[in-house]
Structure formats: structure tokens, C-alpha cells
Design a protein around this ligand. Structure first.
Ligand code: MSP
Length: 514
């Protein structure tokens, strides 16, 4: 059994969760579920980033203590995970003692090794991004880009981490490990960034400016820079679990690849003498109806409300079917409903209904034995063999949108098979040959549904569990066996009926709750 450790970014708790946060957690969950299904010993970590200026400011605005503020918002993030059926094994908060201890240990180790020094800094600082700016960050007209918010000129003594001396090492590492960042074009962006000389990283904030952070172990007048604190969560969460670190994948958004995850983090680990993660997946961003999702403009959808209306699986399916990992996508109600109706209600849901209804009508709900394959069965079986070979390869390459397209194509083909065999006609015939063919077609459709469900399980786990229950089927723990076409449902007693994804009737009217 292989260990497989996967993490998400830890979300800032300065506001409620939105669809962008939800996507990342679902994407990571799908990978974790696939690896578990394949037999790996998976450790899946997610959590929240609770320190820093943004959180301190949001708490002040509410007039409550930062810890209380964090407790409240963190609970919302946790609730989102439950709602989305995310199967994380751990949830870390950066205000937890287990985390602070490891941050302090690493800082002390780097300080003792001479990797951290104290110096006076004079320059520009963005509160919104919590980072020091350089001349090259300005717009061509000399103003500061909007993303930096208010920019202040400050003079301050701080502690700096010697990033620059690791620049050549990092370039070499990335050149030798060309698949470190997925997708590949993002790895090129990291190397592009590294063409400019790196500045050493300011890793402290004076307490008079920012209180809400982890005090430096070697100077209590300063707290740790929020990124230096946050990145360590991947290690601190598993510090007492030997053999888990290094992570196989850090799943993050494209905005926090360069420099935090692809530059600071590998260098921090290398300097501290810790192994590097095996890779980083940088996903794209969701916009909503063509505009950036942003709390300040109110252009956000609360995932919880969405799940209440359509079900977690509908959202999970849409996320993975619609977005090609690494690219951006736009979220619109219209597109969501179109996919839901076409793929889930009319295709998968229809196959399930037909299977249950016809078996109940003609064979008392019991799956009959299949006879010899005719041409339609042979064709469907061939498509299955192709699909079952292709889909796991697409999963391995994070091409989930294509994997789902192929999976649903197999469902479409099964529905077409049913049309061809027309069991409702065969059922009316007393001819023994027709009766045998009826048995074959009912057995084949149930089997094809079971197999499609095996490929859909990591994406829509709840619905697949319901399909299994309706088919009277307990999935095999052995992945290859579960995917083998064979009469394993013969004699199974099927449920009378089950509506998994009620069709959304009108674009205006919300559907009945599934
Ligand atoms: N706290 C840092 C991450 C620290 S990781 C050690 C942070 N938090 S965040 O709340 O701003 O973002 C958390 C994650 O959500 C990031 O990976 C980010 O890319 C992702 N998303 C935020 N908005 C998003 C979209 N609109 N679409 C997709 N993902 C987005 O950054």
C-alpha cells in the first residue's frame, strides 16, 4: 500500500466561503477518493489560515476578539466541507498549538543556521496583500495596481530569510523536475519569475503594527509573516505522524503559485533540511457570469445555499465536468442547469429509472441471467473496455472533464443500446427467443449502469451509493474486479424506483429538492 498525502490551500477566514473555495476542496477530494479507490493509504488535509492583517482587520470591524472571529468563520468553512461531502482526514487551523509549535521550531532552526538576519527596510507596503512592494510592481504610469489596495511607505526593522542564496538551487531543481508543477505552462511561469534576482523574504511584522500572529521564537517583539506561518501547515499537521510528509500534491489556485508555493515553500524546506513535496497542482479561477468573484463587489455564491437547492453531487459534477484543471471557467446558472439536465437528469438518471422500472415490470425486480451476446451487447462491451482503459489514464493526468465526458458517453451508449433492444417490446412477446433477449437486455443495462457508477463514484459519491443500494450491489474493494464486465448482479433484487436528479423544468423555477 502506498502512502498518498494531498493538501489544499488553507483559506483565509476574513470572509465566508464562496464557490472558488468550494471548487478547490472538491477537486482535491476527487483525487483523494480516486487514490483510496485504487488502494492507496490516503491522508487528505485541508484547513484555514487564521493569522495576519486581513483577519485582524475583519475582527476589529466586527468589534470582537480575533480568536472569536476565527472560531466563527472557521466553523463556516468546516460546515462547507461537510455539505460538499469532502472526505478530508484532518482540518488544520493555524491558531492551533500543534501548528504554532512547528512554525516556531522551523524559525528557530533557520535562525540558528544563520538563514535569518535582522535589517532595516525602507519601502512600500501593501496591507491588502500583506507584502512589501518593489518598483517593478508599479503600473507603467507609476500608480500601484488595484490588487495592492492602499500602499504605504514605511521604514521598519524586520527579520529577513535568505531566499536569494537558494535561487540557483531552485532553478536547477525545477529544470531537473519538469513535472513539479501541473499544468506545465505554470512551471514555465515559475522559471520566468526566477529570471529576475530574488529579494530576501521579510518574515516578520513588528507587533505594534500587527499583533495577530505567531511571535518569533528569537524576538518576541515581532510576529511571523502570515505566508511563512501558513505554508508550514502542510508539515505541522502531520508532524506527529511519521512517514506522511512529503506531500504528493499541494492543490492550490494559480494566484498563490508564484511566489509563495513554488518559490518560498521549496526554499523554506530546503533550508530547514526537510524533503520537498512531490508536486503542485495549480488550478484556474472561476468567474461568475463573466465577472471576478469578489466579496467586495458581492459577486459571490454561497456554496451552502447552492447545495441546499441542487444537492452536493450536482455541484461536484459541474465543477469537475466544466473546468479543465489549470484553466479558468465561468460559472453561470444557465450552463449549470444545462449540464445538470443533459448529463445527470436525462442521461444517468434516465438509465437508472429505466433499469429499475423495466426489471420491476418484467422480472419482478430481479436481475436475470444474460444470454449469449448479440451485436449490440458486443458493441457496448467493446466501448466499456475502451472506456475503462482510457478513463483512469485521464484521471492520472488530471483531465477530469474529459474523463467525465467519456464516462457519460458510455451512459449515453447504454441508453442507445436500450433503444435498440427495446425491452418493452420484447416483454410483450411470448416467443422464447424474445424472452431470452429480454433477459439479456435487462442484465446488460443493469451491468452497464453498475460499471458507469464505478467510474462516477469519486465524483458523485452520494448518488453512486444510492445507485448501489438500488441495484442491491456492494462494490468490491478491488478496483479491477469492480470494473470487470461480468454477471455479478445476476439474481440481485432491485429497488422499485429512485429519482436521483429531478429534471430542472424551467430555467427560472428552482427544482424540487432531490
Ligand atoms: N490563505 C491563503 C492560502 C495559504 S496556503 C498555505 C489564501 N487564501 S484564500 O482564501 O484567498 O484562497 C484560498 C484558495 O482558494 C486559493 O487556492 C485560491 O486560489 C482559491 N480561490 C479563491 N478564489 C477562487 C476562485 N474564484 N476560483 C477558484 N479558486 C479560487 O490564498
Amino acid at each position: 500500500m502506498d502512502n498518498f498525502y494531498i493538501t489544499t490551500a488553507i483559506d483565509y477566514v476574513n470572509g465566508s466561503p464562496h464557490l472558488g473555495h468550494a471548487y478547490e476542496k472538491v477537486l482535491t477530494d476527487v483525487i483523494a477518493r480516486i487514490r483510496r479507490m485504487m488502494g492507496d493509504r490516503v491522508h487528505f488535509l485541508t484547513g484555514v489560515d487564521e493569522h495576519g492583517q486581513k483577519v485582524q482587520q475583519s475582527a476589529r470591524k466586527r468589534g470582537i476578539a480575533p480568536q472569536q472571529f476565527c472560531d466563527e468563520v472557521s466553523a463556516e468553512f468546516r460546515a462547507m466541507l461537510t455539505k460538499l461531502n469532502v472526505s478530508n482526514d484532518d482540518f488544520i487551523r493555524t491558531t492551533e498549538e500543534r501548528h504554532k509549535r512547528v512554525v516556531r521550531d522551523i524559525l528557530q532552526r533557520l535562525f540558528d543556521k544563520g538563514e535569518i538576519y535582522k535589517a532595516e527596510y525602507q519601502g512600500y507596503y501593501s496591507t491588502r496583500q500583506e507584502q512589501f512592494l518593489q518598483e517593478k510592481d508599479r503600473n507603467p504610469d507609476g500608480t500601484w495596481p488595484e490588487i495592492f489596495g492602499d500602499v504605504m511607505e514605511i521604514t521598519e526593522t524586520n527579520y529577513f530569510f535568505k531566499l536569494r542564496q537558494y535561487q540557483d538551487w531552485l532553478v536547477q531543481f525545477l529544470t531537473e523536475n519538469e513535472n513539479f508543477v501541473f499544468p506545465k505552462f505554470r512551471q514555465k511561469q515559475v522559471l520566468e519569475f526566477l529570471k529576475e534576482p530574488l529579494n530576501d523574504l521579510c518574515i516578520s511584522r513588528p507587533k505594534e503594527r500587527l499583533e495577530w500572529g505567531i511571535p518569533l521564537p528569537f524576538d518576541e517583539n515581532f510576529v511571523t509573516y502570515v505566508w511563512f506561518d501558513a505554508l508550514v501547515n502542510y508539515v505541522s499537521a502531520v508532524a506527529d505522524q511519521p512517514g506522511v510528509w512529503p506531500a504528493n500534491w499541494h492543490v492550490i489556485g494559480k494566484d498563490i503559485l508564484v511566489p509563495p508555493h513554488a518559490v518560498y515553500w521549496p526554499i523554506m524546506l530546503q533550508a530547514a533540511g526537510l524533503p520537498l513535496p512531490k508536486g503542485i497542482i495549480a488550478h484556474g479561477w472561476w468567474s461568475f457570469k463573466g465577472a471576478k468573484m469578489s466579496k467586495s463587489t458581492g459577486n459571490v455564491i454561497a456554496p451552502a445555499a447552492f447545495v441546499d437547492e441542487f444537492g452536493a453531487d450536482a455541484l461536484r459534477y459541474f465543477f469537475l465536468r466544466e473546468m479543465s484543471v489549470g484553466q479558468d471557467s465561468d460559472f453561470t446558472d444557465l450552463q449549470f442547469k444545462a449540464r445538470y439536465n443533459a448529463d445527470l437528469a436525462n442521461n444517468l438518471g434516465n438509465l437508472l429509472n429505466r433499469t429499475l422500472n423495466m426489471s420491476n415490470r418484467f422480472t419482478a425486480g430481479v436481475v436475470p441471467a444474460a444470454g449469449a451476446d448479440g451485436e449490440p451487447e458486443t458493441e457496448l462491451r467493446a466501448l466499456w473496455e475502451q472506456t475503462r482503459a482510457e478513463v483512469p489514464q485521464l484521471w492520472n493526468g488530471f483531465q477530469f472533464h474529459l474523463a467525465l465526458e467519456r464516462t457519460i458517453a458510455f451512459v449515453t451508449a447504454t441508453n442507445a443500446y436500450i433503444e435498440k433492444r427495446a425491452p418493452w417490446k420484447l416483454g410483450k412477446s411470448a416467443n422464447p427467443a424474445d424472452q431470452a433477449l429480454l433477459g439479456t437486455s435487462l442484465a446488460t443495462m443493469a451491468e452497464a449502469l453498475r460499471l458507469a457508477a464505478a467510474l462516477l463514484r469519486p465524483f458523485i459519491p452520494d448518488s453512486v451509493a444510492k445507485i448501489h443500494a438500488a441495484l442491491g450491489h456492494t462494490p468490491s474493494a478491488d478496483w479491477a474486479q469492480e470494473c470487470a464486465w461480468g454477471g455479478c448482479l445476476q439474481g440481485a433484487k432491485l429497488a422499485p424506483s429512485l429519482v436521483l436528479f429531478p429534471r430542472i423544468q424551467s430555467e427560472e423555477k428552482p427544482p424540487a429538492k432531490p
